[in-house]
Design a protein around this ligand. Structure first.
Ligand SMILES: C[S@@+](CC[C@H](N)C(=O)[O-])C[C@H]1O[C@@H](n2cnc3c(N)ncnc32)[C@H](O)[C@@H]1O
Length: 278
């Protein structure tokens, strides 16, 4: 059925990702993304219909994930890396192909990208990728067990360049406090950005956070590691003459004791005209 002939109110992909799986447009929290309705190509829609039940996951916040079961592996047999904001997923698929012994849980809210990554995974026989639909903050807060992740990748997160939007940036002290307990001791947090002020902000908040240690002895940015491919967003930045910075931080052996951060606040007035997420 074409998009135009679909009766109003019926789901876009009945067997696919659920639009806004937690009803999070009603959650009074500043979010790092704006829900948008984007065009899904025929190939992407086909992948969402065929592959979602096997390789997709809605972030509904209802239960803590059994990652071994999700990847159909024996418990603790393989490292699991979380990639937040994979966009169209080309870099994710390349990394999954280059390292088939690592499982990648890739999360984004962007429906065309979810379809694209499912397509790439099928075409390249990547059994080590699962595609999660929804907000990474809810995934971390509600669905990931302590010390369940071997690594986290955040490549070219939305830069939110306007000063009044800076608070929407994903990499913030509260977010790091949510992330740290889900990472194993020594687990790697790898961030990259082409937006200079965001790079400086990342370096500052990561350096100040007691649960993370810079892998660089000089306390600065890291050279781009060989395992990170060029991403789509990075390519756009480079064409505009932007400089790319990588940051490689390790989770500390022991965590500082403190209550779980309140990532619900401060309250964010949601734009009532914003379209619902795909
Ligand atoms: C600027 S794009 C970069 C995409 C890709 N990493 C690249 O380099 O081409 C940032 C992506 O992060 C996603 N994103 C932002 N906040 C998110 C969140 N809280 N949970 C899941 N995805 C998020 C956006 O939907 C978008 O696809």
């Amino acid at each position: 059925m074409s998009e135009n002939s679909r009766p109003k109110g019926t789901p876009r992909f009945p067997e696919g990702p659920t639009p806004d799986p937690t009803g999070s447009q009603f959650e009074r929290r500043i979010r790092s993304f704006t829900p948008r309705r984007s065009r899904v190509t025929t190939a992407q829609g086909d992948a969402l219909r065929r592959l979602w039940q096997a390789w997709g996951l809605d972030i509904d916040g209802k239960e803590v994930l059994d990652l071994a079961a999700l990847f159909q592996r024996p418990e603790g047999s393989r490292p699991v890396v979380l990639e937040i904001g994979f966009g169209m997923g080309e870099a994710t698929a390349q990394m999954a192909a280059a390292d088939p012994d690592t499982d990648i849980l890739a999360v984004d809210v962007h429906t065309p990208g979810q379809g694209n990554l499912l397509n790439l995974a099928e075409r390249n026989g990547l059994s080590n990728v699962r595609v999660a639909n929804g907000d990474a903050v809810i995934l971390l807060r509600e669905m990931l067990a302590p010390e369940s992740l071997d690594g986290v990748r955040v490549y070219f997160p939305d830069p939110w360049p306007k000063a009044r939007h800076n608070k929407r940036r994903l990499i913030q002290p509260e977010f790091l406090s949510l992330l740290a307990p889900r990472l194993k001791p020594g687990g790697l947090l790898h961030c990259a950005t082409d937006w200079e002020p965001y790079a400086e902000h990342m370096l500052q908040v990561l350096t100040a956070h007691p649960d993370f240690e810079n892998t660089r002895e000089d306390g600065g940015f890291a050279p781009r590691p060989g395992f990170r491919p060029l991403t789509r967003f990075e390519g756009q930045g480079l064409r505009k003459g932007h400089v790319v910075h990588d940051l490689l931080f390790r989770r500390a052996a022991t965590l500082t004791e403190r209550p779980e951060p309140d990532v619900q606040s401060p309250a964010a007035p949601q734009d009532p005209k914003a379209p619902a997420g795909d």
